[in-house]
Design a protein around this ligand. Structure first.
Ligand code: ZN
Length: 288
């Protein structure tokens, strides 16, 4: 039991530390969250191929393959219901982001209980149904169990397990009583689950607030959006050490000085020349 709780909190932290800054940087709405934004981003950044497969007996739910040149592909059984496909996709992504050792991961229909499979399942559940999103939908929006499952594109079974795991872990109540609470919620009586979320509300919110994007991530995201960023948006640009860290073949940093005022800036070298970036900083100086 204790080992499982440790696994749960470890995996849940891995997901939150990547997902929460991702949501904040892009200003994504918590109420219309689905796993797809984050999933699509990781796939693209890492050149991962995502494929549907079909085996006549549907014994293989999912597969991750990493070849000798570190090219990764993951696949899912395309005849499965969409909610099952989603769970498999996030499970496979879990093997990758949790750096599980190996080059082939195969999900068989029969339950798998190795530690890595348990971890990948937790990972998938946390990515499909993040704490802060469940809080927003269940506690603030007062959505029904069925609405939550449908909007997050997960099965009732997956939502059921996720709520039991999360509330048992956070409230410290016995699993039996949490199972009752979730069961009532599924039968359209949300009184008990609202009480439970009221208890854990503060810890979910303060955790969400604690995972801010790192300045480096913020800069890199902003540069991908608009090629030129000043220390008004990323204040760390005024620090020499930070500028040194982020300067590279594709990112330039410099400062425009005039009459005791400095504008520190960074630019995307693939889109702007040094002179164009300098001119932009100068324009900002004269316009401000
Ligand atoms: Zn697996």
């Amino acid at each position: 039991m204790e080992i499982l709780e440790n696994t749960f909190s470890k995996i849940s932290s891995v997901v939150k530390s990547q997902l929460y800054p991702f949501i904040k940087l892009r200003d994504l709405s918590l109420l219309s969250y689905t796993f797809e934004n984050f999933f699509g981003h990781v796939i693209k950044e890492n050149n991962i191929k995502v494929l549907g497969h079909h085996f006549s007996n549907r014994q293989i739910e999912g597969l991750t393959l990493i070849d000798s040149r570190d090219r990764i592909s993951l696949s899912y059984e395309k005849e499965n219901p969409v909610v099952r496909q989603n769970f498999t996709k996030c499970h496979e992504l879990g093997h990758y982001l949790l750096s599980h050792k190996g080059s082939v991961f195969t999900e068989l229909k029969a339950n798998q209980t190795s530690p890595e499979e348990v971890e990948a399942n937790y990972f998938s559940a946390c990515l499909l149904m993040p704490d802060i999103v469940l809080l927003s939908k269940i506690y603030y929006q007062k959505s029904s169990f069925q609405e939550v499952a449908n909007s997050l594109q997960v099965s009732y079974e997956a939502l059921n397990i996720r709520l039991i795991d999360l509330l048992t872990y956070l409230t410290g109540e016995s699993k039996e009583s949490v199972i009752q609470t979730v069961h009532r919620y599924q039968s359209r009586d949300n009184r008990k689950i609202l009480e439970s979320f009221a208890k854990v509300h503060d810890s979910i919110v303060s955790e969400y607030n604690s995972y801010d994007p790192r300045p480096v991530e913020k800069l890199s995201y902003l540069l991908s959006q608009k090629d030129f960023v000043t220390d008004k948006e990323v204040s760390e640009l005024s620090q020499t050490k930070f500028r040194r860290t982020v300067s590279s073949a594709s990112v330039g940093t410099w400062a425009y000085y005039d009459k005791g005022i400095a504008i520190f800036y960074a630019w995307n070298k693939e889109k702007l020349t040094e002179g164009q970036a300098y001119q932009k900083a100068k324009d900002i100086y004269y316009l401000s």
